[in-house]
Ligand binder design. Structure first.
Ligand SMILES: NS(=O)(=O)c1c(F)c(F)c(SCCc2ccc(C(=O)O)cc2)c(F)c1NC1CCCCCCC1
Ligand SMILES: [Zn+2]
Length: 257
């Protein structure tokens, strides 16, 4: 959107001068110290509804200069796992470069190759823009991507279009597919904490869910992800992750032991 786009990942100190929430005490991402996570048996399995889209449904895929964003129809809903209902807005990715990983969250200090974020907003608010500024307004599902042996057919649906949107601002249409395939099969085991958008304006309005099971992409797929899109300074768009932020006493919950 307007105004969001003049920041970059090089000069992070500027974020909190330009956007006050970026200097807050409930910022994301964080390092998940699994030994400190609190087992909470009341954390129910996450349930997705309406995530399987027909190929006739065209979805907009855009290079916004900071990541690749797939706009999602509001028909995708998050039901289990959260006390209220959330609807999907968009999904995007964070990645590194050929020389290093680029997930935003880390687990016991380990950074994964990449990370997907599926952004939802609370349906009790009339719009995403209104929900974005409310403490219970946003829910983001996060999962880590690693390099494995086989080709991932679901990520192929997005990665095969990156060449069409190499330049900042370019967008293309992607036929619908089962968006749930971009997330782990096991939605029971996850970490949960209250945090923020990891980009300006850094609003502290996100209930984060980080799945324990990771996704596997082929080596070739990961190299497409980290070496295709260009950034506003026309260099390759790489390492689009924010450093981990201080917990400031926040507790991370775990749905499993
Ligand atoms: N991890 S995250 O969820 O905080 C996140 C990032 F880390 C992100 F880096 C991004 S992309 C940067 C923000 C942005 C810039 C331009 C445009 C546009 O031209 O359409 C749109 C957005 C990005 F879009 C998001 N998610 C957005 C947060 C930005 C404002 C609200 C839009 C939905 C969620
Ligand atoms: Zn993100």
């Amino acid at each position: 959107g307007k105004g969001h786009s003049h920041w970059n990942y090089e000069d992070l100190k500027r974020w909190s001068t330009d956007y006050s929430d970026c200097g807050g005490t409930k910022q994301s991402p964080i390092d998940v110290d699994t030994a400190q996570a609190i087992f909470s048996p009341d954390l129910r399995p996450i349930q997705l509804s309406g995530y399987s889209l027909p190929a006739t449904k065209q979805l907009k895929l855009k290079n916004n200069g900071h990541t690749v964003v797939l706009d999602l129809p509001e028909s995708l809903a998050l039901t289990g796992g959260y006390a209220q209902q959330y609807r999907a807005a968009q999904l995007h990715l964070h990645w590194g470069s050929p020389s290093g990983p680029g997930s935003e969250h880390t687990v016991n200090g380990r950074r994964f190759a990449a990370e997907i974020h599926v952004v939802h907003y609370n349906t009790k608010y009339d719009s995403f823009t209104e929900a974005m500024v409310r403490p219970d307004g946003l829910a983001v599902l996060a999962a880590f991507l690693e390099v494995g042996h086989g080709e991932n057919q679901y990520y192929h649906e997005i990665l095969e279009h990156l060449l069409e949107i190499q330049e900042v601002g370019q967008e293309t249409l992607v036929p619908g597919f089962n968006i749930a395939g971009l997330l782990p099969a096991n939605l029971k085991f996850y970490f949960h904490y209250n945090g923020s958008l990891t980009t300006p304006p850094c609003y502290q309005t996100v209930k984060w869910t980080i799945f324990n099971q990771t996704l596997l992409l082929s080596h070739h797929q990961m190299s497409i992800l980290v070496s295709t899109l260009r950034s506003p300074d026309d260099k390759l768009l790489q390492n689009n992750y924010r450093p981990v932020q201080n917990l400031h006493g926040r507790r991370v919950l775990a749905s499993f032991q």
